[in-house]
Write a protein that binds this ligand. Structure first.
Ligand SMILES: NC(=O)c1ccc[n+]([C@@H]2O[C@H](COP(=O)([O-])OP(=O)(O)OC[C@H]3O[C@@H](n4cnc5c(N)ncnc54)[C@H](O)[C@@H]3O)[C@@H](O)[C@H]2O)c1
Length: 345
């Protein structure tokens, strides 16, 4: 598990946050109150009054135009939590303004935009980290450490799943969200838990089982993907937009020497035993299940900026996960197995 390592005397990184929606409010609050290496300076959102609502309570200033964040001399780094379709342009603009960038997933919606974003950060020489928070969850990080240490031998079978707690607005889900925004976390996790391997091909199937009346409008709320890797490993990734029992994220890696699992959806190790049986409290949201991980990824970003080191999750990691998501879309459209396009070095 990455641990914040900035020396106590290092000045906090001055951060501007762009996009004050659901996760933006959560990240802004963590930056202002939980991440010692950060100081939240400004919050921007084009919706009138939205940035002010968040910024005022956290001691930051509010802007409606993200350009004001890019132009601000007192902002060293930006955290992008705007809607996904805005990410790539915002990464490019932030990098050109010389700001270090943390961008929520997906970093881009197309391979071309993802390459542009990475190139802009490389050309500007700024840090670029992407919000694959699962890597900062203590259980997933410990599983990764065990795999890296060779404890399960050579990786053969893998599983990753995401079950969201509910589908509040099926009409508001953009096409292919289940691959580009939900399962993209699983794709990154599978690549990370299979160190050194590349995804070769995918076969994806998906349907609208939660809200079938929206299927004709393009909704896919349930999906399973089989992924083959160049080290021979075979993985399944699955997602549902509506688990009655809460937010559930799990991973499993099976190898020649054993197996490791991570995630059980519970909020604590407490088991309540009564005449009704054994009760475990389950997480009801991502900000609940991944509170530690969201704090850890932002702390690690600030450490990378201050220490001049490469971020733990890079723009190229985002490109590799996106390449799997894009292959899944083609697989559903064609009904066949699709090669995953390699990401250029
Ligand atoms: N890592 C995770 O676990 C996780 C969890 C939730 C959301 N996310 C990602 O975070 C992003 C935001 O998700 P959300 O649920 O908070 O969405 P949201 O719709 O609640 O908020 C998005 C905000 O971005 C603002 N916005 C839109 N375009 C903008 C632009 N060009 N510049 C500045 N602001 C802009 C909107 O006004 C809105 O306030 C999405 O990309 C989503 O995939 C990641």
């Amino acid at each position: 598990m990455p641990v914040p390592t900035s020396p106590a005397e290092a000045a906090p990184v001055r951060v501007g946050l762009i996009g004050a929606g659901r996760i933006g409010v959560s990240h802004a609050t963590l930056l202002a109150r939980r991440v010692a290496g950060a100081r939240l300076v400004a919050v921007a959102d084009p919706r009138p009054g939205v940035a002010a609502d968040v910024a005022e309570s956290l001691g930051a200033r509010a802007e409606e135009d993200p350009a004001a964040i890019f132009a601000a001399d007192d902002v060293e780094a930006v955290v992008i939590t705007a809607s996904s379709t805005a990410h790539a342009e915002l990464v490019v603009a932030a990098a050109r303004a010389g700001k270090a960038v943390f961008c929520e997933k997906p970093m881009a919606m197309s391979a071309e935009d993802a390459a542009r974003a990475v190139a802009a950060a490389d050309e500007a020489g700024v840090s670029l980290q992407v919000g694959f928070n699962r890597r900062f969850d203590p259980g997933f990080a410990a599983a990764h450490d065990a795999i890296e240490a060779g404890r399960i031998g050579s990786v053969q079978l893998m599983r990753s799943l995401t079950r969201d707690p509910g589908l509040a607005n099926p009409a508001g889900v953009p096409p292919w969200t289940i691959f580009t925004q939900t399962l993209i976390h699983d794709f990154d996790a599978l690549l990370w838990l299979n160190p050194g391997a590349n995804a070769v091909s995918v076969h994806a199937t998906a349907d609208a089982l939660v809200a079938p009346e929206f299927k004709d409008a393009g909704l896919l709320d349930t999906a399973v993907v089989v992924i083959r890797f160049d080290n021979g490993a075979i993985a399944t990734a699955e997602a549902s937009f509506s688990a009655a029992y809460g937010y559930d994220v799990r991973g499993e890696v099976f190898g020649s020497g054993g197996m490791v699992t991570a995630g059980d959806g519970s909020t604590s190790t407490r088991h309540l035993l009564t005449a009704d049986g054994d009760t475990v409290e389950t997480s009801r949201s991502d900000t609940d299940l991944f509170a530690v991980a969201y704090t850890g990824e932002l702390a690690a970003f600030c450490d990378a900026v201050r220490g001049g080191t490469e971020p733990v999750v890079t723009g190229r990691d985002a490109q590799r996960a996106l390449a799997i998501a894009l292959a899944c879309i083609e697989s559903v459209e064609t009904g066949g197995t699709v090669d995953v396009k390699p990401v250029g070095a």
